[in-house]
Design a protein around this ligand. Structure first.
Ligand SMILES: Cc1ncc(COP(=O)(O)O)c(C=O)c1O
Length: 401
């Protein structure tokens, strides 16, 4: 019988990819869609990456690379890690992967047994629960009592003898907040004491605003064996398409195990992408400051525009390029609300339900400023029952009812 595995049947589709696909299809059909659902900066690739890609193509040498990443790229990652975490790791402590996502997946594949629990806070990145389920684990979601932040005490209370790992993402997709110093200190110390892995998904760690900084988990680690740092070039350099990320851990046996999973699944990373990532990490870093400045301006524009919509609750994002806004006054079903906004106002946002927080919508501010202003104008119109039934979008007239 042609059947699918039980494993794959327990896993849902990515709602963010689904929204993107629908918005793309509408756009391809000529509809003037404003896309505020995206998860990647529109910022152009750094020139160092572009030049390395051209040079690689011209070399006409595009081959397999060492499965765990080239030594040159590992060295660049070590240097990046030393700069940002103030801790020196060795080559055996680094695994280069096809994005932070594959680094996380390799970690889960290497550590989680059937029925083991992985604890993480809500709202969470949409892929966490599905990835944990894919490897046979049980996602344990810790839900905030108020607003969007869980406490360290709540996280620690969720840990049981079945807990294999705690997974943290700061600044957080979708809430945009930074986990504070005390929270990180308590969890680093707790996870070390309990001998459970603490995975820091730091993919947005330099995209923080108002001069803020993310706390450094290495400042509190003692033996480091349980700490895993995940990062990559996707978000910081706007290089989502390269598919290069990495995992760093003092636990060389863990890194080797993760490397084994990778070697038997993808063989190695793309030679071309590794060359571009290397040049990016070794090249000028002011592109990150530029991106941060653009995103901070975009965030401020979005917050100003959102002020004009009554009855919503907005927390100022401290980082990332997402705001997570409570629209439950208008509709407690975020999926229905997002579908309504896409259909009636041609604006794409992602339903909060996908991130474990019903009633919210994730609005990205990585689009250009005009799209943000136009997108919020449309949302405001779609939600305002006293507004005229028709809205002009360029040459097009859309109607609410
Ligand atoms: C929290 C978080 N972790 C990991 C990733 C995946 O990053 P990459 O593109 O490097 O696989 C994303 C992408 O959206 C993310 O938001």
């Amino acid at each position: 019988m042609l059947s699918l595995s039980h494993r794959v049947q327990t896993v849902g589709d990515s709602p963010t990819l689904a929204i993107n696909a629908k918005a793309r299809a509408l756009k391809a059909a000529g509809e003037p869609v404003v896309h505020l659902g995206g998860g990647e900066p529109t910022y152009p690739a750094p020139m160092a990456a572009v030049e390395a890609l051209i040079a690689k193509a011209q070399s006409r040498k595009i081959k397999y690379t060492p499965s765990s990443g080239t030594p040159e790229l590992k060295k660049a990652v070590l240097s990046y890690t030393k700069t940002h975490y103030k801790h020196a790791f060795d080559l055996k402590n680094v695994l280069i992967c096809a994005g932070a996502k594959q680094a996380l997946f390799n970690f889960l594949m290497s550590t989680v047994q059937e029925g083991d629990e992985v604890v993480f806070p809500a709202p969470y990145w949409v892929s966490y629960p599905e990835m944990v389920k894919l490897v046979g684990g049980t996602p344990v979601v810790v839900t905030p009592q108020n607003g969007l932040r869980v406490t360290a005490a709540q996280m620690m209370a969720a840990v049981t003898p079945r807990t294999k790992a705690i997974l943290l993402n700061s600044p957080c997709n979708p809430a945009g907040h930074i986990l504070d110093e005390d929270f990180i200190r308590q969890l680093v110390q707790f996870a070390e004491e309990k001998q459970i892995y603490l995975v820091m998904d730091d993919i947005y760690h330099q995209l923080v605003f108002d001069g803020g900084k993310v706390p450094n988990p290495c400042a509190y680690a003692k033996n480091y064996q349980n700490l895993v740092l995940i990062n990559g070039v996707s978000k910081l350099y706007g290089l989502t398409g390269l598919r290069i990320g990495w995992a760093v851990s003092e636990n060389a046996a863990l890194i080797a195990a993760m490397g084994k999973i990778q070697a038997q699944s993808t063989s190695c990373n793309s030679d071309v992408s590794e060359a571009a990532a290397l040049a990016t990490l070794n090249g000028p870093q002011d592109c990150i400051a530029d991106l941060r400045r653009v995103l901070e301006e975009n965030r401020n524009t979005l917050l100003t525009e959102l002020k004009q919509i009554p009855h919503i609750r907005v927390e100022k994002p401290q980082g990332t390029f997402y705001s997570f806004v409570d629209f439950s006054h208008y509709n407690t079903d975020s999926g229905a609300l997002a579908a309504y906004l896409l259909e009636k106002a041609l604006v794409a946002v992602v339903p909060g339900r996908a991130f474990g927080a019903e009633g919210y919508l994730r609005i990205s501010f990585c689009a250009d400023k005009n799209s943000i202003i136009e997108g919020v104008r449309r949302i405001r119109w779609a939600l305002d029952e006293t507004a005229p039934n028709e809205l002009k979008i360029g040459d097009k007239i859309v109607t609410r009812n």
